[in-house]
Design a protein around this ligand. Structure first.
Ligand code: GLC
Ligand code: CA
Length: 563
């Protein structure tokens, strides 16, 4: 397998609004991030991904961009950015930015022009359609749950917005749009950034014909993503992006690709595709996503989780490279979702999830706070919630349609709204968690007195120390990076047991590791070949006394070398 630097790194996602405030306005900022770079370095991180830092009206916290080539004043200045980039590089860390080019903000100058008249030079930068029988051009619903079309009385046409109505979709069929975006990307690359996380990258190319789609019973609209993902010119446009921009630099590129299959992923990021390095897939979280009318909380079984990851590991092995994550700014925390609900085992279970994430083949992405074993924040009142989609859902399901009681809905929001993970980083146990000296833009998780960086720093047995150890191990042991994955126990609901096998070749000595993680409150007695392999194996790391041990304690994890 070809060795690449971006296969060997561990990445860390910062949600800048929530990471560190430096001036007491309650909003995280770039200067704040600079003061925490040593923490990130110490964790062993090689690549930082920043969620959007550009000027934005913040209807979608920066994913609605009004200027691609500047910094949001709340976050600082371009000088601060240059300083951040310099200091990141000085520590040997790379910096990648969020590239959000499926849509802009409706306050972007292109859209302000575009909506002025039907023959404005910027009209075709966006997707405008005539009404059909006085209605929306199609019955598509947006990701936010409302119609994906917004009528603009100024010119009597609708524009397409797959996300909030303040995020009109760009028209990628227009070569001028592509040129502008590519020029902007080069501008950032020339500044010295090291790559891009590409927002909703599979949605760029829209269908040639716009048609109504079937509506699921109980829903009002046909979901737009079913018509726009992997559009007819998608790969052509990404290859053009590669030729004109990406291929001229040495970058890490990862595309956000919800609802993608491994087969599709090979087209975007196969070894010789010349589009992206890797894609984020969402099979482990999509099933849980909250839709406007369906807020549910289903816990995926361990066998399901294993099957999803194993499927991707197998399908891409040797043909493409995986991007691995359990958490990001759109998802609730992973511990209560796949680990345990029992606080007694939070710590062990968080270490177990870390062992999986860093033990699989692929580039791991850690979301701020995940390295502390952070759990979901709780909200008791909708006023405490920032996320527009959660607020829209609350209005509809509680106030308008009385489908849920306030308590039930707040419980659902606490468990599945993106806000549960967007609350500020907990640096210490003081009242404002060391995040700010002012009033935080969103409430701090009340558990910060127990779970925070400063407490975990003091405790060599903490989740934080464990992440540090695993990240360092991963760098020392090539089999943890390049070894092939295979699952031993697909149907077992208590344990995840997999091999990482590295064949000897001109670059590597052969090596064979076994990764074991218990997801059970009961001790597990090993039997048969697993027992035989494990009892005599070299223990590389473990959260329990693993030498010659054949009973795995609750939520125990270990990595072994089998000779
Ligand atoms: C992605 C982002 C999400 C954002 C959406 C629209 O899914 O991760 O936060 O709302 O794209 O840009
Ligand atoms: Ca600030």
């Amino acid at each position: 397998m070809e060795h690449k630097w971006w296969k060997e790194v561990v990445a860390y996602q910062i949600y800048p609004r929530s990471f560190q405030d430096s001036n007491g306005d309650g909003i995280g900022d770039l200067k704040g991030i600079i003061t925490r770079l040593d923490y990130i370095k110490n964790l062993g991180i090689d690549v930082l991904w920043l969620s959007p830092i550009y000027p934005s009206p913040n209807h979608d916290n920066g994913y609605d961009i009004s200027n691609y080539e500047d910094i949001m004043p709340e976050f600082g200045t371009m000088q601060d950015f240059d300083e951040l980039l310099k200091q990141t590089h000085q520590r040997g860390i790379k910096l990648i930015l969020d590239l959000v080019v499926n849509h802009t903000s409706d306050q972007h100058p292109w859209f302000r022009e575009s909506r002025k008249s039907r023959n404005n030079p910027y009209r075709d930068y966006y997707i405008w359609k005539d009404p059909v029988d006085g209605h929306e051009p199609t019955n598509w619903g947006s990701y936010a749950g409302d119609s994906a079309w917004k009528f603009d009385p100024v010119t009597g046409q609708y524009y397409l917005h797959q996300f909030y109505e303040s995020q009109p979709d760009l028209n990628w069929d227009n070569p001028k749009v592509r040129e502008e975006i590519f020029r902007m990307m080069k501008w950032w690359c020339d500044k010295g950034i090291d790559g891009f996380r590409m927002d909703v990258i599979t949605l760029l190319s829209k269908p040639e014909v716009y048609r109504d789609g079937p509506v699921v019973p109980g829903e009002k609209y046909a979901f737009c993503g079913d018509f726009t993902a992997h559009g007819p010119h998608e790969h052509e446009y990404l290859k053009e992006m590669y030729d004109k921009v990406l291929s001229h630099y040495d970058l890490l590129t990862v595309g956000e690709a919800s609802r993608i299959t491994p087969e599709e992923a090979l087209k975007y990021a196969g070894n010789d595709t010349h589009e992206l390095n890797m894609t984020f897939w969402f099979d482990h979280v999509d099933q849980f996503n909250s839709k406007l009318t369906r807020w549910t909380y289903d816990k995926m079984k361990l066998s399901g989780l294993k099957s999803v990851f194993s499927n991707w590991e197998k399908a891409l092995d040797g043909k493409a490279w995986n991007a691995l994550f359990f958490e990001n700014h759109d998802q609730p925390r992973s511990l209560q979702r796949w680990g345990t609900e029992n606080p007694k085992y939070f710590k062990q279970s968080a270490k177990g999830l870390a062992t999986v994430l860093l033990g699989l083949q692929g580039t791991p992405f850690i979301f701020e706070g995940e390295e502390l074993g952070e759990v979901d924040s709780t909200f008791t009142n909708i006023d405490e919630v920032n996320s527009p989609s959660s607020r829209i859902a609350y209005q509809k399901l509680v106030e308008d349609e009385h489908i849920y009681s306030k308590e039930t809905m707040m419980d659902l929001i606490s468990r599945s709204s993106c806000d549960t993970a967007r609350v500020p980083m907990r640096w210490d146990g003081t009242e404002l968690a060391g995040f700010t000296t002012g009033r935080p833009w969103i409430g701090i998780n009340p558990n910060h007195r127990e779970i925070n960086v400063s407490e975990e720093e003091k405790d060599p047995d903490s989740v934080l120390w464990y992440y540090r150890k695993l990240i360092r191990l991963r760098k020392k042991i090539p089999a943890l990076i390049y070894g092939s994955y295979s699952l031993r126990n697909p149907d077992d609901e208590k344990m995840w047991l997999f091999d990482r096998n590295l064949e000897a070749d001109h670059e590597n000595k052969g090596d064979h590791l076994l990764v074991l993680v218990s997801f059970s409150e009961d001790p597990i007695r090993l039997t048969g070949k697993d027992r035989e392999d494990i009892v005599g194996a070299e223990v590389i790391t473990a959260t329990f006394h693993a030498d010659h041990c054949d009973v795995i304690p609750p939520f125990g994890s270990a990595i072994y070398r089998i000779s």
